[in-house]
Design a binder for this molecule. Structure first.
Ligand code: PDD
Length: 276
């Protein structure tokens, strides 16, 4: 397996991370996950635009241009001969003697790996069960940082209740999944939380809103409650790795069951067409 280490593609055993890398000590870093379909990365430009935005929000300087990040990522995919899979790219603020105070001029370190992965056809076709729980994350969920403990704890809780994904809410207002965005359909209108500091503005989310607009579906980028969620006609989740996964059940703080409806199916179909 080949990995990206700085500006080089090297064998995995030749890459090493310093014990005082700030990503390791503080979770001081950012990342992106891009899906590879038939050897081609999907929406890579959008992903790296968000990567640059995350870096700017944390005052991290890219060690080279976005174009170079792009080129290195393509090389990484090719070196690993990935047909269907993901590429993971992260950047930390690099190594320095442990100190909470960060330096705006730190030499950041970009690393990455690629892995084969087939689209989760089962989840896309048959839908998934979800677990609704309190959103305990920090208030900058718009930044795609390595700090994911709130997310991983929610995912663990969901799995412990036999669910595939956690749905999170802040005092009754639905935000997003632990690693996905949440949508509901009520009386033909598509609702999703606005792209504020409380959610990650998913690339898949943005594609879906564009498609819905093209299809003449009414869109409301408005916060909705857990009650609205339970009384929705259709519910689904979106992410790079899942595309669109219908939600067939919610348990946890509220409970409900949902059919896989026509709007979800239409959006799934149109998104697939875009990807291929
Ligand atoms: N997760 N919200 C959160 C908290 C996420 O972690 C993700 C993606 C999304 C969906 O974003 P996008 O459509 O750009 O993938 C929303 C990735 C896949 C991950 O961490 O593995």
């Amino acid at each position: 397996q080949y990995v990206l280490y700085g500006d080089k593609i090297v064998e995995r055993e030749h890459a090493s991370i310093d014990l005082e890398d700030r990503g390791y000590n503080f979770g001081d870093g950012i990342y992106e996950v891009v899906y590879i379909y038939g050897g081609k990365p999907f929406s890579m430009e959008e992903h790296f635009k968000r990567f640059a935005d995350s870096a700017a929000k944390l005052e991290m300087k890219l060690p080279y241009t976005l174009e170079t990040v792009n080129d290195l990522t393509v090389k990484l995919i090719e070196a690993n001969k990935i047909h269907n899979g993901i590429v993971y790219i992260q950047m930390t603020r690099g190594a320095s003697p442990r100190n909470h105070l960060y330096d705006r001029d730190s030499a950041c370190l970009i690393t990455g790996f690629a892995r084969k992965m087939d689209p989760p056809v089962q989840a896309q076709e048959n839908g998934i069960k979800t677990y609704l729980t309190e959103d305990i994350r920090w208030l900058r969920c718009d930044i795609k940082t390595l700090n994911l403990l709130g997310n991983t704890m929610a995912k663990r809780k969901a799995a412990d209740h036999g669910c595939h994904e956690a749905l999170q809410h802040r005092e009754g207002t639905c935000t997003e999944g632990s690693s996905s965005n949440l949508f509901i359909i009520k009386k033909g209108t598509l609702y999703t939380h606005p792209a504020t500091n409380l959610i990650l503005n998913g690339i898949t989310r943005q594609h879906i809103l564009k498609i819905a607009n093209e299809q003449g579906i009414d869109i409301a980028e408005e916060a909705f409650s857990t009650r609205d969620l339970i009384h929705a006609d259709e519910v689904f989740l979106s992410s790079t790795t899942m595309e669109i996964a219908p939600v067939i059940a919610v348990t946890g703080d509220e409970e409900g069951e949902f059919p896989i409806g026509p709007v979800t199916r239409l959006l799934q179909k149109k998104l697939k067409e875009k990807i291929k």
